[in-house]
Write a protein that binds this ligand. Structure first.
Ligand SMILES: [Zn+2]
Length: 278
């Protein structure tokens, strides 16, 4: 293989890996959201296995669809506005005018993608296209989940700016996969979300505070284990970050439930047919 191909292959592998929570976490976020549905959506609970099975479709699309990659992250700390005021322009047109199209693409379009996927779900409900609605909801769950993954909202997405390269995969996949059985959520009933787009930006801003906590946990685990791959390292990483990680996964599942419910309300509460999911 020539050097260009080698480099391209490594880059491609990185792109595929550094894309979201691992598959198990996305399954958990998507399938658990039905537990948070209010009674009115009882008949949509049958969606759980389909939402789980399609929880990583958005990642798989990256292989064939070049526009997909930028939809999974937003490096909000690359914006001066965020570092100064803890927010960025939320209206896409205004943001494009202010920051430029190139920058928005470079830093990733996750919040706008989440919002447009929500709007697509409203349309699916309006047209009572239930087969498509469940797939759109699965994608929505994926993008919401990515917004609750701290390394998807920072320029230091793989710890490369703090000599912690590889943290992305160590955290989202290896550590989560080792502990997925401990990820249990408490009962909760979701409510209508007022101002969907601003609530999407709101959780991104809030979740950014976990970037430094996670990097600290990685450093601590490294100090304790003396490496970044042993059982001791992963046990320590979980000790340091497990409780907020469960909280992030739980919050993303609750948010997904709230968005599905809100989309259904916004579509005029279309009657959910019996026998859905059969
Ligand atoms: Zn993703």
């Amino acid at each position: 293989m020539n050097s260009f191909l080698v480099r391209y292959s490594i880059l491609f592998a990185l792109f595929v890996c550094l894309c979201s929570w691992g598959e198990k976490a996305h399954r958990k976020i998507n399938s658990s959201c039905v537990e948070f549905f209010p009674k009115e959506l009882n008949q949509l609970k049958v969606w759980a296995p389909i939402l789980a099975d399609h929880g990583s479709d958005a990642d798989f699309r990256k292989k064939d669809d070049k526009t997909e990659f930028v939809k999974h992250f937003t490096d909000i700390d690359s914006y001066d506005d965020f570092n100064r005021t803890h927010r960025i322009e939320e209206d896409f047109e205004t943001a494009t005018l202010k920051y430029g199209n190139e920058k928005i693409k470079k830093e990733g379009t996750l919040p706008w993608t989440t919002d447009s996927t929500y709007n697509a779900l409203v349309q699916n409900f309006k047209s009572e296209n239930w087969d498509q609605a469940v797939l759109t909801a699965a994608d929505l769950g994926h993008y919401v989940g990515d917004g609750f993954m701290p390394l998807h909202i920072t320029a230091n997405y793989d710890g490369q700016l703090s000599t912690q390269t590889g943290i992305h995969r160590r955290y989202e996949e290896t550590m989560i996969d080792r502990n997925i059985d401990k990820v249990q959520f408490k009962p909760f009933t979701c409510k209508k979300i007022n101002g969907v787009k601003s609530s999407i930006f709101g959780y991104l801003y809030a979740n950014h505070s976990y970037v430094s906590l996670l990097l600290k946990a990685d450093n601590q685990a490294y100090i304790e284990a003396g490496d970044q791959y042993s059982d001791r390292y992963y046990e320590s990483l979980w000790m340091e970050s497990g409780s907020f990680t469960i909280q992030l996964l739980e919050e993303s599942s609750k948010t997904l439930a709230g968005l599905i419910y809100t989309a259904w309300l916004e579509a005029g509460k279309p009657k959910i047919p019996a026998g859905l999911g059969n």
